[in-house]
Ligand binder design. Structure first.
Ligand SMILES: Nc1ncnc2c1ncn2[C@@H]1O[C@H](COP(=O)(O)OP(=O)(O)OP(=O)(O)O)[C@@H](O)[C@H]1O
Ligand SMILES: [Mg+2]
Length: 249
């Protein structure tokens, strides 16, 4: 698919397939179009050319009602967080359940509790979202994203701006979700250590194109100059590897 904003071509005939049950990580520099790509996957943006197929359907060829149905099969945690600040933590997570299911109050309560446990925030239902730290907000966003047990999960920069502890929790939560539910997963990040922790395949988006689409190990050692530049230029990987030695006595 292709997407332009004005004269700027952000996605230039990007061709990408994510097999059911696979965890794909898309890496790329800031501003390269990662968020634009992920917004196409869930049908928040329409490509100028080409198509986006989800579970066999072309998102923009089907009636809008079908598109809405398909969107509901996704759970997405947005880069910006996107919680409702007027609602409590529990109400935020209950929101999609009340809107899209016929679950009873008790069932909603149980599911909300389960989701909060999954993100390591048990018993936080009554908290105001304004009282949360950035990392906790991100985790509540996650809990809401998984509330409907979606088959496809999209995470846009789940750890960006977080301290190492919250980053670690979120990486574990993603890995656990992957093992337990085996969803189709697309994670956007520019952090290589996060990428290698959660990916079964790693793709690099650069200058509008997918430049590499490889298993993590092959990605790391790929001779492709763009991949090399990205891997060598990323200091977070070095940090992730040297950190344990630094803290050891
Ligand atoms: N709705 C929009 N209208 C116009 N331009 C846009 C719009 N959304 C994104 N862009 C432009 O598209 C380009 C890619 O943006 P995008 O947000 O996808 O980058 P990104 O790779 O997610 O960056 P980051 O790592 O900082 O999140 C940028 O130049 C941005 O200004
Ligand atoms: Mg982005």
């Amino acid at each position: 698919m292709t997407k332009r904003f004005g004269a700027k071509v952000v996605l230039d005939a990007v061709d990408l397939t994510v097999p059911v049950g696979e965890s794909l990580v898309v890496l790329g520099k800031s501003g390269v179009g990662k968020s634009v790509l992920v917004k196409h996957l869930i049908g928040l943006l329409e490509p100028d050319a080409g198509s986006v197929r989800v579970l066999g359907d072309d998102l923009w060829a089907v009636p809008s009602r079908r598109r809405d149905e398909l969107r509901r099969r996704f759970g997405m945690s947005f880069q910006e967080g996107a919680l409702f600040d007027s609602l409590s933590v529990g109400e935020n997570i209950a929101f999609p359940l009340k809107r899209h299911t016929k679950m009873t109050k008790g069932e909603v309560r149980d599911r909300v509790a389960e989701c909060l446990e999954a993100v390591r925030l048990p018993g936080m239902e009554a908290k105001r979202t304004s009282e949360l730290s950035g990392g906790m907000r991100r985790r509540v966003g996650f809990a809401r994203a998984i509330a409907l047990k979606p088959e496809i999960l999209l995470f846009d920069e789940p750890t960006t701006g977080l301290d190492p502890i919250n980053t670690d929790v979120l990486v574990r939560v993603i890995t656990e979700l992957n093992h337990r539910m085996n969803p189709t997963m697309v994670t956007i990040t520019h952090d290589l250590s996060v990428a290698f922790a959660v990916a079964e395949r790693v793709a690099l988006l650069d200058e509008g194109r997918i430049r590499a689409d490889l298993p993590p190990r092959e990605f790391e050692t790929s001779p492709d100059p763009r991949v090399r530049a990205f891997v060598l230029g990323d200091s977070s990987l070095e940090d992730a590897r040297t950190a344990p030695e630094e803290v050891s006595p």
